[in-house]
Write a new protein. Structure first.
Lengths: 99, 530
């Protein structure tokens, strides 16, 4: 992480009434909301898995993960695909966000 | 000695023929190279290994003349290896003649071409050469040219993954187009769409097949392990590899590499006795370790067996008690055998180079479980031990049923299904599992939707799919069947291993459906509760 440089390009998104931001270099793609298949026995913040480019990709429900109260009827319109490191392996996850 | 059924024999024969063609190619290449580089031990070993594997494979199939030929070839090569026999052009010629004869025999085994009559002469020539270090000329073999297996390309797995990803995107685009075409109501367009669907399905399954590689190299690699260990321990061991052409996804094969190596080491270290001990017990001085790969009901089976001492159940139990891994009395023999999979377990009195460090079989066990596979032990004191691994072909395509339960779609591998019938909700007492009357017999049932963490729907008519893990039959209660699908099995990635879920697949429309792991679901919902 650069210490001095203060200018970072961010992607802004909304969950409930809160605005969050992610460094853009983390973001792989933003896709339309698509069906997420529930998986039993996983953490509540994992909404399930979905098909991203033919790969089974976990979907993280950021609202549940960050314990944000939100209206369940609000439509989460898109999925932000981010690249993350997990156990020294590259992993791709989708974040469910509202807008 | 194993007795094979006709079907197994045909399978073995096919495997033998395919493997032989590949082996003989490397045999010849190495021979030619050896002529230029007569001191190369690696080359001599390669050649020796081919002859040895040919002998092993042929003896499984009882092809006596091939065994005799391979045996004579081995003897000559032993001489070469021990530098008793010089690598002269005559020796090379003789060994190449062997290759021609092998090919002719392989051809004959497939039913095309006759067995060359001069093989016994060649065997005699080989024996003479072995005895005297010089070679007489042997009769040329009458053979047809063996057709080569066709050109091949090497490519990276990443590229294949990329193609698969594209295929997935195409399938989503297709389903969108299908909706649009349906709205237009044109029959011509729909026909064209259906044709496109079929072609794309073929393309996808071809793509999956490209990822399948034969297990042969991993099996043959063990011969080096066996030779090295046998030499350092003073034991005499022969390695037999059967089914090298059995294919599985490249990732599965890669995962099995080190467990197989470990089991082979284990067999040499703990199974096979010293030559003196074996003689005392009236066994042949040389022990045999057999690795056998096969396909069974959509699973990859790898069996590593030895004709050694077998597992000493009493010793295992004492050791496990001393280590505090069990205090149990009244364990069955099978339960005692499974104790060796406990972390930290080892019976070796002294720590040897490779096994006996207590990080042995439990690591094997864990890596097999991580593959969503299983491992079982069969052991008879004094006669030997066999470890059998069952692993999914992983990214393979399975025949399955798509079903609806609790508002979700699930995919159930066809191999576990027995039959399907309607049941009334009022006959199902139990929110998750229970017992239902199926044609006058009490059968355990489990509600798929509840087991998968969603609530079951309150409809009156339910469907019951009778499933089995080959020991227990159970009725899987669901809402309705959708139909047969060819499902491409994909791992759930980084998510934790969920019992009862055997991966996921992408349906025609692009949605993801979970694949139900029937044996583990039965185990978890019925056997462990009972």
């Amino acid at each position: 992480m650069p210490v001095e440089s203060a200018v970072v390009q961010l992607l802004r998104f909304r969950i409930g009434n809160d605005i969050f931001a992610l460094p853009v270099e983390r973001v792989v793609q933003i896709i339309e909301r698509r069906p997420v298949t529930r998986v039993p026995g996983v953490a509540a913040s994992i909404a399930g898995v979905f098909n991203y480019d033919g790969r089974i990709t976990p979907a993280v429900d950021l609202a549940a993960k960050l314990r944000i109260e939100r209206d369940d009827n609000a439509r989460r319109t898109c999925i932000v695909i981010v690249a993350a490191k997990h156990d020294a392996e590259d992993a791709t996850v989708g974040l469910l966000v509202d807008a | 000695m194993t007795i094979f059924t006709d079907e197994e024999r045909t399978l073995l024969m096919t495997t033998f023929v395919d493997e032989a063609q590949e082996l003989l190619t490397s045999y010849e290449e190495a021979l030619v190279e050896l002529e230029r580089n007569p001191r190369s031990e690696a080359l001599i070993n390669t050649i020796f290994r081919v002859a040895h594997t040919m002998k092993g494979n042929a003896s499984t199939l009882g092809l006596d003349s091939v065994i005799a030929l391979a045996h004579a070839t081995e003897d000559l090569l032993d001489g070469v290896r021990e530098r008793r026999i010089e690598v002269t052009p005559e020796v090379i010629t003789l060994l190449l003649a062997c290759s021609d004869h092998f090919k002719a025999h392989v051809q004959a085994a497939t039913g095309s071409g006759a067995i060359p009559e001069s093989t016994p002469d060649l065997v005699i020539a080989l024996r003479d050469a072995t005895a005297t270090g010089t070679t007489a000329s042997a009769g040329p073999a009458a053979i047809d040219e063996v057709k080569s297996g066709g050109a091949s390309v090497r490519t990276s797995i990443a590229k294949l993954d990329g193609m698969l990803a594209l295929a997935g995107e195409i399938s989503i685009a297709r389903s969108r187009m299908r909706t649009l075409i349906a709205a237009l109501g044109s029959t011509d367009l729909r026909d064209a769409q259906e044709q496109l669907d079929r072609l794309c399905a073929d393309l996808e399954s071809d793509l999956m097949r490209i990822r399948m590689i034969p297990i042969g190299p991993v099996l043959n690699q063990q011969s080096r392990v066996v030779r090295d260990l046998a030499r350092s321990s003073g034991k005499l061991v022969e390695l037999l590899c059967i089914g090298g052409d059995v294919e599985a996804d490249t990732a599965v094969i890669e995962h099995l590499r080190s467990p197989i190596t470990h089991m082979v080491r284990n067999a040499l270290d703990h199974g096979i006795e010293s030559p003196e001990e074996r003689r005392r017990r009236g066994k042949p001085e040389a022990g045999t370790v057999t690795i056998r790969a096969a396909h069974d009901a959509g699973m990859l089976i790898v069996e590593v067996s030895d004709d050694g001492a077998g597992i000493d159940a009493e010793r295992v139990l004492r050791k496990a008690q001393r280590l505090g891994l069990t205090h149990g009395d009244g364990l069955t023999e099978a339960e005692i055998h499974r104790l060796i999979f406990q972390p930290g377990f080892t019976t070796a009195e002294t720590v040897t180079e490779l096994s006996g460090r207590g990080v042995g079989m439990d690591v094997v066990h864990q890596s097999i479980v991580a593959l969503r596979g299983s491992i079982s032990i069969r052991s008879t004191p004094g006669e030997g031990t066999a470890f059998t691994i069952r692993a999914p072909l992983s990214v393979a395509i399975i025949d399955a049923l798509a079903v609806r339960a609790g508002g979700d779609t699930f995919v159930i591998p066809l191999e576990f299904d027995v039959e399907c019938m309607d049941v009334d909700e009022q006959n199902l007492r139990g929110a998750r599992t229970g017992v239902v009357d199926i044609r006058g017999h009490a059968m355990p049932f489990m509600r798929l939707a509840t087991c998968m963490g969603t609530g079951d729907l309150k409809n009156v008519r339910k469907a019951a799919l009778i499933v089995t893990d080959r020991k227990t039959e159970a009725a899987l209660v669901l809402d309705r069947l959708i139909g047969r699908v060819e499902a491409v099995v994909k791992p759930l990635g980084k998510l934790p291993n969920v019992p009862g879920v055997g991966g996921a697949t992408i349906l025609g429309g692009g949605d993801v459906a979970l694949i139900v792991d029937i044996p583990r679901l039965i185990q978890k919902e019925i056997c462990e509760v009972a």
